[in-house]
Design a protein around this ligand. Structure first.
Ligand code: PLP
Length: 446
């Protein structure tokens, strides 16, 4: 990269608080489809979809026009005082998706901006439901490690990411933790065959330790995101977990912020496992980056209980039910439906996995490739036989991702998954409109 430009956009120059103070940032001027362009004309194939956000590509005129139209009609109304056409319409559309995925029961949506906020709102909803039922002892959240649910203090408390938590530990809340089904580093002898029993037994044991009647909800990613490289659960896992949660009255909160909104070839990743969560959280791809938008989807019957007991769900924020955010969500879903992008995610996703396996399976430093649809993770190791990771001091994945960027490919890195410190992986989650040709190009660049 050009030294002059690299010096221009990075610490200590400028006034921006850069997230990473030891790297330089290209300045992006525009994007089209799966490509981004910087001010020097360098083109990047956006394999990471930003932070696995883009779903309908960059520079999508239809979506941008819909947001613009809404902004000119009304930019903002207080969600405590008014409703608006886009929020009503988006909630109806999402109810269509939940009806198809989870059966008859009606779901209602509440719209916020970021995933972390929505995760916290979902936890508050679960707590208030138990409170209104008189089950005041249900105060503990059950989560898995590794996992990621956000960076606000409670969402961070709920995340199985020790290296993100270390500095902030005194500010975090206690949660109950079990192991996530992380296939590559699972202690189970035959993951596919024995995994469900193993993790089911661990859950039962943990519940007996802490008292199942104290647990308010189980928060989980149906397909794990960056914290475990798109790891898939073993067969029968969710059947077992769901049965146990039901037996003890533990609400299931599916965090589909990263894996939902069509990315894995179904609208909800839960659908792959016949999973019927009580609450679903969406974000990222729902508005595809055209506005900050997240949602919690809750059962109408649960809201009815709250309505009859305390009256209202006690949660609001300034940008609750933001009309322009919802307009972006509606336009993104319209575009996905019109262009059959969920089917495309399934088809091109299968090609992506085939290409990745063909190109990289035999590489001595590629430990594992996994994922579903247009979600893929690759874990790198120093020693393939022992699965020994590179020492963190080598900064393997940082170097890898920077090199890819220089070669015009964006990837999403992650570290620490092997033991809380070491571990290097990259995630891919391109826009759902990616073509076969672009998948082949992505794989070749990689
Ligand atoms: C699974 C999952 N949950 C929650 C979040 C938090 O979302 P946000 O960064 O929008 O707050 C993320 C973000 O990466 C995520 O991947």
């Amino acid at each position: 990269m050009d030294e002059k430009r690299m010096k221009k956009y990075g610490y200590p120059d400028g006034h921006l608080l850069y997230r990473n103070l030891s790297r330089n940032y290209p300045k992006i001027t525009h994007g089209k489809g799966v490509y981004l362009f910087d001010e020097d004309g360098q083109c990047y194939l956006d394999a990471a979809g930003g932070a696995l956000v883009t779903s309908v590509g960059h520079g999508n005129e239809e979506v941008a026009q819909a947001v613009f139209k809404q902004l000119t009609q009304v930019a903002y109304v207080n969600g405590m005082h008014f409703t608006s056409e886009p929020v009503e319409r988006l909630s109806e559309k999402l109810a269509g998706y939940t009806a198809k995925a989870f059966g008859g029961e009606k779901f209602r949506s509440l719209f916020l901006c970021t995933g972390s906020e929505a995760v916290e709102a979902a936890i508050k909803f679960a707590r208030q439901l138990h409170f209104d039922r008189g089950e005041l002892q249900r105060s503990k959240l059950l989560v898995r490690t590794p996992s990621y649910h956000g960076n606000t203090l409670f969402a961070l408390s709920a995340s199985g990411r020790p290296h993100y938590q270390k500095v902030f530990q005194p500010l975090l809340n206690e949660v109950v933790t079990i192991s996530a089904p992380y296939e590559y580093r699972s202690p189970v002898e035959d993951y596919a065959k024995n995994g469900a029993d193993f993790y089911g037994e661990e859950l039962e044991k943990k519940l007996q330790e802490v008292g199942p009647e104290t647990i308010l909800a189980f928060l989980f990613e149906p397909i794990i995101g960056s914290s475990a490289g798109a790891s898939l659960p073993p067969s029968g896992y969710f059947e077992k977990i769901q049965k146990i949660c039901k037996k003890y009255g533990i609400l299931m909160i599916a965090d589909e912020i990263l894996c939902g909104s069509g990315r894995t070839g179904k609208f909800f990743a839960s659908e792959h496992y016949d999973l019927k969560p009580d609450i679903v959280v969406l974000g990222k791809g729902l508005a595809g980056g055209y506005a900050p938008l997240s949602a919690i989807l809750v059962k109408d019957s649960h809201l009815k209980e709250i309505h009859e007991a305390s009256g209202n769900f006690m949660h609001a924020q300034t940008y609750l039910h933001h009309p322009a955010g919802a307009a972006a969500g509606c336009a993104v879903l319209d575009y996905i439906e019109k262009n059959r992008l969920i089917e495309n995610a399934e088809k091109t996703g299968a090609l992506l996995h085939q290409e990745l396996h063909q190109a990289l399976d035999s590489h001595p430093n590629v430990g594992f490739i996994t994922g579903k649809g247009l979600l893929a993770g690759i874990e790198f190791v120093k020693d393939k036989k022992t699965k020994e990771p590179f020492a963190r001091s080598e900064k393997f994945v940082e170097k890898f991702v920077n090199k890819a960027l220089e070669n015009g490919l964006t990837l999403w890195p992650n570290v620490g998954q092997a033991d809380g410190v070491n571990g290097d992986l990259v995630m891919m989650g391109p826009s759902l409109l990616i073509s076969h040709r672009e998948i082949v190009k992505l794989s070749a660049k990689l």
